[in-house]
Ligand binder design. Structure first.
Ligand SMILES: [Zn+2]
Length: 71
């Protein structure tokens, strides 16, 4: 099977989608994509999630949305 690579918006390294978590905006809120969800998405490593406390890092992915508590 072909490996699909995506870029993590925090560390900007490319990695297999299997190692990345996909975040999407649903109803103006950032959530983890549970299934195949359309629309704008951002990929992030699990290890990079801790850096989401920084508004600067957050704005790289989505602006003007409610980040709430993305776990
Ligand atoms: Zn990363």
């Amino acid at each position: 099977m072909k490996m699909i690579l995506r870029q993590c918006f925090v560390c900007r390294k490319r990695d297999s989608v299997d190692n990345l978590i996909r975040l999407v905006v649903e109803d103006g809120k950032v959530v983890r994509a549970k299934r195949r969800m359309g629309g704008r998405g951002a990929n992030i490593h699990k290890e990079c999630m801790s850096q989401l406390v920084s508004p600067k890092v957050r704005s790289r992915a989505f602006k003007g949305v409610d980040w709430g508590l993305v776990e």
